[in-house]
Structure formats: structure tokens, C-alpha cells
Design a protein around this ligand. Sequence first.
Ligand code: URA
Length: 343
Amino acid sequence: MAGPDEERAELLTRAASEVRACTLCRLHEGRNLAVPGVGPLDAAVFLIGEAPGREEDARGEPFVGSAGKILDKALAAARLPRRSVFITNVVKCRPPANRGPRSDEIETCRPYLMTQIAAVRPKVLVTLGSTALKGLLGTGVELKDARGKTLAFGDIPVLPTYHPAAILYNRRLEPTLRSDLRKAAKVGAAKRARIRSGPPRKGKPTKPTASSGAVVVGPGERILLLRREDEDIWCLPKGTVEPGESLEQTAVREVQEETGLRVRLLRPIHEVRYSFFWPPGGVNYDKTVTYFLAEPIGGRLEPEPGFDEVRWVSREEAMRLLHWKNDKEVVDRAFQAMQTLRR
Ligand code: URA
């Protein structure tokens, strides 16, 4: 009997063949090629668009026209290789004159999407634009309310974002599309992160890497900790410095992405340095993490997918909960810094 992976692969291939031959709705009449979707069976990130346009209809592939170019740039900025993600649409054939797909067309096409999601079993679904969001979750959800939140389709997190074509009309949306995809990349990576780093290995190349984070101090001198879902450990919010970003910008962005809170940085508190071997890259990383003291100025507590809890804790609780010795030292420094600020 075929194993589960072969069964999933077969399901995906069969769905694509059925889409190519489908005559279930009126859209088949005007199409050149149906566009089932592309991507690996094990894609962690699954993108859903609206419907094929002219280029896609001519080539049988999703997002290869002008919207595709914007998507490609956003994927690259999020360090999500296009070949690593699954890309499809709620409707697999081009609607005439580029009109939006009708609700009966979306309904008729829906079983294909369901089969694709069931076969790929992605770690996160990203809906591009309002039609994709409604096509997946139903007509009651509005993009303006849902964007920036994490919704769910069964047990799979859903990140609703803008359609790349919207950026053609409003360039100011582009950073948001990129940061939403970066979030998707993180969720995809975090959930799969069963690969463990280990002690540095002799004879392996060493790469430097920089991260930045914060000890966020709220009322009653409580500080913000996060629990990582994959390893069940408590830690401080932090993340990798993106190209062109200052350490301060990274700290502010990471705290917002990981905890939902907007913060103001008060002062740098400590720099932590450690090395580890990362099996997938075959390299040792020499990592520097700069921490800042910060205070909340807005936002709402909501842990990023990949973390299952974000909590305000006292200094004593922090010392008890934090997993890494380095993090405890950072917290000590944060409390010393607070005393100096008070003087
Ligand atoms: N727009 C979409 O929604 N999907 C495509 O495949 C191309 C453009």
C-alpha cells in the first residue's frame, strides 16, 4: 500500500489533472489553460490568490503577470523562495474580461482548493486579497478587519493580506504585504523547527549573524515573556536584523510582530554573544543579540503564531520561567538599567 506521502502526492496530481479537464462551471468556456497551482508537496506556506489573469491563462501557471512580479519581490524580501511555497487561486480558470469570480464559480471550484490544502497540509495559509479571504473563510470576513490578525482554517493559521495587484494602485501597501509574508515565513519555519542547533563544530565555516530584541517593562515593573510553541520554552522577544535595518528598528519590529505591542526604546542594556552549529546550513553561527529596555506605547497583546503565550511577569517569575541563562542575565541588566533611569 502506498505510504501517506505517496497518497498525498497522488491526491495533488489528481486534483491538478481534474482542474485541467474541468467543465463544471461557465469559466471553462473562455479559458485557454486552467491554472491548478504550483508548489512542493511539503510547502509550509500556502498562498491563495483570486483567479488567473491573461498571462496565467496563457501559461497555465499562477501569478506570472504583473501581480506576479510584485508577489515575487515581496516573497524575496520575506526570504521565502517562490519554489518553496505552494501558490494557487480560489478559482482556477480566468473570468472573462478580468471580472472578479462569482460566488457560484468560487463554490464550484472550492473542492479543488480543499483537496490541495488537505494534500499539502501547510503550516500556514496566506490569503491574498478580499476574494481569497472570503473564498476560504466565507463571506462574513472583511479584509480591513482581518488583515494583521491570525485567523484559522481548521487547525491551520490563516494570515490575510493584500492582493499584490492592490500594490499597483497603492504602493504604500507594499511594506505591509512584505511584512505579512515575512510573518508567514516565520510561522512556516517555527512550526517545522524540529531541527535542533548544537554546539559549534570544529572545521565548519563560521558566519556572523545579528539579532536584536527588547525587555519590555510595563506597569508594576512587569516584563513581557513569550513561550515558544515548538520547544515549550520561555524567552524574550527578539529576531534577526533585516538588510538595511538598524538594531533599534529590528527590536521595535520584532516586539510588535512577536507580541502585538508597539514599543518605544529607552536605552540599550546588554549584548549577548554565543555560537552554535546549524545542521541545515552546515555552518556555525556566531550570533550577537543586542537588547534594549523598552516601554509599551500601544497595540494589543497577541502572540505571533509559533508562540502560544505572551505574558507579563515579575522579575522573580521571569527568572523562574526563562530557559536561557543569557536571557536571565539580560533581565538582570534591564532591572539595573531601570534603577539608573529612576535616579
Ligand atoms: N491574480 C490572482 O489572483 N491570481 C493569479 O494567479 C494572478 C493574478
